[in-house]
Write a protein that binds this ligand. Sequence first.
Ligand SMILES: C[S@@+](CC[C@H](N)C(=O)[O-])C[C@H]1O[C@@H](n2cnc3c(N)ncnc32)[C@H](O)[C@@H]1O
Length: 296
Amino acid sequence: MSELKELLTKDGSISLRSLFFQENFHCLEGALKETEIKFTNPSDLKRFKNKSLNVLDICFGLGYNSASLFRNLIRQNTFLNSYALEIDEKPLEYALKNKLFRNLWDPKVLRILNSLFQNCEYKDQFFECNILWGDARKTINDIPKNIKFDLIYLDGFSPQKCPQIWSVEFLEKVIQRLNTNGYLITYSSSAAIRKTLKNFGLCIFNIKPILTSKNSWSNGTVAIKKISQDHLNSFLNFEKLSLMEEEHLLTKASIPYRDPSLNSNTKDIIQKRVQEQLFSNLKTSKEWREKWGMTK
Ligand SMILES: C[S@@+](CC[C@H](N)C(=O)[O-])C[C@H]1O[C@@H](n2cnc3c(N)ncnc32)[C@H](O)[C@@H]1O
């Protein structure tokens, strides 16, 4: 699983490429930049100043999403209870040995990451952090049942490469852990993922792109169980889906990934979905792209 190749991204932060999944951990524009734009900013952390929150970081990797969270919460005296799920220890081990990575963070953030690596936990007056190593489809069951999360980060490899993390059955387990006003945040704007979350009754929002062009319309998705109009007006980093995005959810691309046993391999999940798409009467995403002028 852990054949990894080092990458230097354009903002000067390091990342990895998984030779097993044939995918980079981050976009080449910047690992740190991606974390801040797609996870930290949409989290709207100021809401928790001098308060407490629970966070679940699924697919922890090198730990950028949690490290950036820790950094922001340390500055505002927030009490944190966090859980991270990750199948492979190598990315964090690699990150902690890497000088460029270590230089990004203050000593307390590094102490937490080191302790997670060595002891699977960290505890002080403000923070209680845990990491559960293993397949997230199983380890999610080991989180104490009474904990609901205010923020859930979902940062698996893309659905086509790692569908296990995006199946209807796994997402149902994830949503069961989301607090009523909690945010589930992912970099993915896949129609299949958005439709699955919507079918579970969540309100879906688009993380605003930094530069709007016809091919770059999203920085990901925020899903929330319940939302008031006041709350809606206060959003800075995300917005309601456009008509174009809503119509994306009516195409074959919205057919979900299924893993009924929560034990299937990539090939089986993808093949089952391709079969379902073949027999579906929904529009193709090519037709959708043509309608919205996204073809070259
Ligand atoms: C895109 S990377 C995550 C990047 C990460 N958030 C970071 O800041 O570096 C995807 C991660 O998912 C992990 N992963 C893949 N399949 C998994 C599974 N079934 N359960 C838990 N983690 C998994 C990989 O080992 C990899 O570290």
